[in-house]
Design a protein around this ligand. Structure first.
Ligand code: HEM
Length: 403
């Protein structure tokens, strides 16, 4: 141990011997190791696919988008190497960096997750269209499905909350753990990429007392008829990119579309219950299709209003089977809109898919033009990312792109 440094072993021993105060300040806090967490506390970072896509949803989200700066290929490669190393450690509940800390330098981990379990932390990385510019020599590697999303009816997008060259989706059952991970990835990115926007989200999934489908801020169960992640065939058909989908390097990856959808909560809360249920096409309390009694009964679409959300969104109509996608959205609440004094809250819609050209885009076109819910919704931000396949231990996120 250096004169000013404190090794992790010594630090952890110090906690046992008399607590943090006895050790003095100025070093990163150690975190509970994976072994100390409960079963299921650690989601494995490595694998054929990135974690955080078919992983059962955690309760909290922090999604950060970055712009590369400087726009240099070598800087991008270094960044992805450093992010991979940090992500592999963070998801195990370890500090972001293994360096010993010195009292004369900033700590190698920001410290606020000290003693916290990873709580199923996943970190999922994605590449936005901006990464595929000629300046980085990647123009010919842009996957065809990574299109610039077209404009949709009724949206009012804020550029500062949209787009981005890179993204990291952090999900954990502990909001402080998710934030800590993103904060450290932002810190590590310094000199290579700047944060462009960040979105936090929440839902009540894993810990809900009835362990049921979580509810969105309209008060309805959201996810009932989502794609079943346990069904490998459905995941292969609708979520995982294949090598002949337009970019062989994306095989085993997935395309993420993010939409920040504000719910005009004040108007919604003044709408009659019967009207709310007609607009969604399901009962509010039970989540059952209108006219049925339990949540997972089949939906009788012809008994719903033509403008009902689930009728329009359903794949049960001619030509829609190929539009199915995996929704993984979170509720958000970002305080008050200063212009109106109304709540800025809604759904941060996230969807993973094999090709947005056949999935999100036609589905959203239909919803944007016909959905009765539109009166209560406003899409305020939008982004699309190609999330590369997972990696084996020792690999680097994006290695198939940069090879
Ligand atoms: C704030 C906006 C939205 C709200 C409040 C909302 C709410 C809901 C609710 C309550 C359900 C019924 C439960 C379920 O099956 O999950 C549902 C279903 C669904 N939603 Fe949304 N949704 C929103 C936006 C979107 C968007 C933007 C899309 C896609 C572009 C979408 C696609 C779907 C799909 C595919 C279903 C399943 C329909 C079925 O097969 O029965 N939703 N949504």
């Amino acid at each position: 141990m250096s004169r000013t440094g404190v090794t992790r072993a010594r630090f952890l021993a110090g906690i046992g011997a008399g607590g943090v105060a006895a050790m003095g300040g100025g070093f990163a806090l150690g975190r509970a190791s994976a072994d100390e967490g409960g079963p299921g506390d650690v989601v494995v970072f490595n694998g054929e696919h990135q974690a955080g896509i078919t992983t059962p949803q955690q309760d909290h989200l922090v999604l950060a988008a970055f712009d590369l700066s400087p726009r240099r290929r070598d800087a991008l490669e270094l960044l992805l190497t450093a992010w991979t190393a940090a992500a592999s450690r963070l998801t195990q509940g370890l500090p972001a960096d293994r360096d010993e800390d010195s009292l004369l330098a900033p700590p190698s981990d920001t410290g606020e997750a000290g003693g916290l379990r990873p709580a199923r932390l996943t970190l999922t990385f994605g590449f936005g269209p901006g990464l595929f510019g000629a300046d980085l020599g990647l123009a010919d590697r842009r996957p065809a499905p990574l299109v610039d999303l077209p404009p949709f009816d009724g949206e009012d997008l804020e550029p500062a909350r949209s787009g981005g060259d890179l993204c990291v989706q952090a999900c954990s059952d502990d909001p402080q753990v998710a934030f800590h991970a993103v904060r450290n990835l932002i810190r590590i990115a310094r000199g290579a990429a700047n944060i462009r926007w960040i979105q936090q989200g929440f839902l009540r999934a894993s810990t809900a007392s009835d362990s049921a489908t979580p509810r969105n801020l309209m008060g309805f169960r959201d996810g009932t008829n989502n794609l079943a992640t346990s069904n490998d065939g459905l995941m292969r058909d609708h979520v995982w990119a294949a090598s002949d989908d337009g970019a062989p390097w994306m095989a085993g990856g997935s395309y993420l579309v993010a939409r920040r959808i504000r719910i005009l909560i004040e108007s919604w809360d003044r709408t009659q219950l019967g009207e709310q249920e007609q607009l969604i096409g399901r009962h509010k309390v039970s989540g059952a299709p209108l006219g049925a009694t339990t949540e997972f009964e089949p939906v009788a679409h012809d008994r719903l209003e033509p403008t009902a959300h689930v009728r329009l969104a359903s794949h049960h109509a001619a030509g829609r089977e190929r539009q199915r996608l995996l929704r993984r959205g979170y509720n958000y609440a970002d305080g008050i809109d200063p212009a109106t004094g109304q709540l800025d809250a809604g759904l941060f819609f996230l969807a993973y898919q094999r090709d947005p050209r056949r999935q999100f885009i036609p589905l959203q076109r239909r919803l944007a033009s016909q959905d009765g819910l539109n009166e209560y919704l406003l899409h305020t931000a939008s982004a699309i990312f190609a999330c590369p396949p997972g990696i084996e231990p020792g690999g680097t996120i994006g290695e198939t792109l940069l090879a």
